[in-house]
Design a binder for this molecule. Sequence first.
Ligand code: AMP
Ligand code: ZN
Length: 493
Amino acid sequence: MALYQDQQLKVTNSLSGKKETFVPLNSPNVGMYVCGPTVYSDVHLGNCRTFISFDMIYRYLSHLGYKVRYVRNITDAGHLENDADEGEDKIAKKARLEQLEPMEIVQRYTVDFRNIMSSFNALPPSIEPTATGHIVEQIAMIEEIMDKGLAYEVKGSVYFDVNKYNKETHYGILSGRNIEELISGTRDLDGQSEKRSPIDFALWKKASPMHIMRWPSPWSVGFPGWHLECSVMSSKYLGQEFDIHGGGMDLKFPHHECEIAQNHAANGKHAVKYWLHTNMLTLNGQRMSKSTGNTVLPGELFTGNNKLLVKGFAPSVVRFFMMQAHYSSMLDFSNDALLAAEKGYFRLMDALKNLDKITPAQSSNFDVTAWRQKCYDAMNDDFNSPILIAHIFDAVKAINAATDGKQQFNKQDLALLKETLSGFVFDILGLANTAETNSDSKKLDAAMNVLIAMRNRARNDKNWALSDAIRDELLANGIVLKDGKDGTTYSVE
Ligand code: AMP
Ligand code: ZN
């Protein structure tokens, strides 16, 4: 029996604002689409948080036994500097500034993005389609929307008719906005805009002579509007109706609202069953964002080359830091928060190492089966990773107590504990055991082995003053020595 038949997953659907039981449209298949990066500059840690959250969601769905098709696009054209269909294309602008081909920019930042994701141990999506690879399909969807009378052409550009759509279908169901509010919120363009209404959005834009990223279409040589690619690529690879659509909260409006309208206009269906939105990573209380420059880059974090950081942090420590918050809660980045996460992460890795050293007892005094179900309950409750981590640390305490002889596990429980911990820590939270490879930690291990050997020599020589001094001074520095039947181990508290 597949795990998903035993475990009842609930997800918070941004469309209803409620926690809903997760029932895939075509179980055991699950279709999940996540808006990917616009590849015109380095991804910052905020972007990474969103993609790492969806990686954890993808991992848990797969762990439950679902056959997940995970589509995450690469935006390599059509994303203008301004949400109101104005300004230069972000990629074309970078290409102009750096005197490179737009596709050189796209290539560089796509490769960087993939490398960063893999350093965070994020699994690659099943399909990673690009906007420029789907121009033909985007033109076809515009034609479908025009056939339904919900888009119009002006001077070679095509716009979505929001007012007309709203008469038939409510525009604003995801973001909770209504069009009167939206119209009064847009600035007066003094009749300069070719749009019938300021809230209409572009499906196709005629390229100005300066615009280098351009394709032929029935209306003009131009380029697709940003929102269109996601409607097109999600329906192409997941069908007109699919299970999960994700992205950061900042994409709810206008991007996801426009996607909903485009899909419904083209085929009369609300494409997405569950909308999931991740919350923002903040720095000094402000959203991390490329446009304000309030960012930390992953590379700076790994090397410690940033004035906010006292040192570098391993990618798994950063991932652990992120997993300590629920994906839908804000999370503030700071050096202190990372130091605390690092302590917790090493404590966890130490406990996992010690787990192999526990000798099974005749009976258990820790209910591993009940504990395991609590871990699942946490994840079934809208992927509640912080609660899961709290349960994992109950097991850490029990493991540490067992190495001190204060807790015992029988053979069966010990095997179940190992299997469950490895499943949740490595497969679902996606942490890598970098404690083994982290050079600082290797050095610490080596130094500790020297100190433990010196202490053993002192004890053999009955030099209690020296052996106690080694233990006490280490303790004063947060390192605890534990004497067990199999020798002395240490942990960093
Ligand atoms: P972009 O490349 O700007 O389209 O952003 C890629 C993804 O990162 C989107 O899903 C955004 O919602 C998300 N994102 C941007 N800033 C942050 C942040 N500070 N915290 C979390 N996610 C973010
Ligand atoms: Zn998108």
